[in-house]
Design a protein around this ligand. Structure first.
Ligand code: AMP
Length: 210
C-alpha cells in the first residue's frame, strides 16, 4: 500500500507514520528527516537546504523531488511506503504522478493552528535518535534526556514560535491545495486529530484498513 500522510507541521504525521509502519511493515519516507540527516553529515544537499529549513521555508521542489525519486527506487519500497512530509506543493504531487507512482490513499490529519503552535513550540527532540517529546504533555523520565538512547533533548531551530507561524502560513498557502488535488482523484480521507496519540492512531488505522 502506498500512503501519503498530509497535514500541517506538528499534526502528528511522523508519529502516525510509525504506527502504520509497524502495522503494515512498510518504510516511512520523511523528507524532513532525510534533509536533517544530510545536514548532520554535511553533504552538499544538506548545506543547501539549511537556510530554507532554519527559516521554516520550503526547500526548492527540484531538491526534494530528487530525494524522493532516489529513495522510492530502493528495494524496501517495493511492497509499499508511507510518505511523511511529501508532497508539500502541487508541483511535487505532479512530479510523483509523472514518476508513475500510484498512491492508494492520502490520509489528512487535521489539527487546529492554535494546537499546532503549542505543540511545536513545546516540542523537544532527541538530537541522537530524533524521538519527540513535549515540555508539558510528553516529558522524558529524566529532564532533558532521551528515555530510549540517553541522547540530549533539544529544540529544533524551526520550532521557535515565529518560525512555526511562518511554517503554518506556508502550509495553508502551498500544501493545503493538495487536499483538493487528491480529493479529485478520490484518494483523500480526513482524520480529525484527537487529544491523545492513541485515539488518533485508532482513526488512522481504521482508514488504513478500510
Ligand atoms: P518536517 O520535518 O517534515 O517538518 O520538515 C522540516 C523542513 O524540511 C521543512 O520546513 C522544509 O524546510 C523541509 N522540507 C521537508 N519536506 C519538504 C518538502 N516536501 N518540500 C519542501 N521542503 C521540505
Amino acid at each position: 500500500m502506498n500512503i501519503i500522510l498530509l497535514g500541517a507541521p506538528g499534526a502528528g504525521k511522523g508519529t502516525q507514520a510509525a504506527v502504520i509502519c509497524e502495522k503494515l511493515n512498510i518504510p516511512t519516507i520523511s523528507t524532513g528527516n532525510i534533509i536533517r540527516e544530510a545536514l548532520k553529515n554535511g553533504t552538499e544537499m544538506g548545506l543547501k537546504a539549511k537556510s530554507y529549513m532554519d527559516a521554516g521555508k520550503l526547500v526548492p521542489d527540484e531538491v526534494v523531488i530528487g530525494i524522493v525519486k532516489e529513495r522510492l527506487a530502493q528495494d524496501d519500497c517495493a511492497n509499499g511506503f508511507i510518505l511523511d512530509g511529501f508532497p508539500r506543493t502541487i508541483p511535487q504531487a505532479e512530479a510523483l504522478d509523472a514518476m508513475g507512482v500510484v498512491i492508494d490513499k492520502v490520509i489528512d490529519i487535521e489539527v487546529a493552528d492554535e494546537v499546532i503552535v503549542n505543540r511545536l513550540s513545546g516540542r523537544r527532540v532527541c538530537e541522537k535518535c530524533g524521538r519527540p517529546y513535549h515540555l508539558e504533555s510528553l516529558k522524558p523520565k529524566a529532564e532533558g534526556i532521551c528515555d530510549d538512547c540517553g541522547g540530549t533533548l533539544v529544540q529544533r531551530k524551526d520550532d521557535s514560535i515565529e518560525t512555526v507561524k511562518a511554517r503554518l502560513d506556508i502550509y495553508h498557502n502551498e500544501t493545503e491545495p493538495l487536499k483538493d488535488y487528491y480529493a479529485k482523484q478520490n484518494k483523500l480521507v480526513v482524520v480529525e486529530g484527537q487529544d491523545t496519540v492513541e485515539d488518533t492512531s485508532k482513526l488512522v488505522l481504521a482508514e488504513v484498513e478500510a
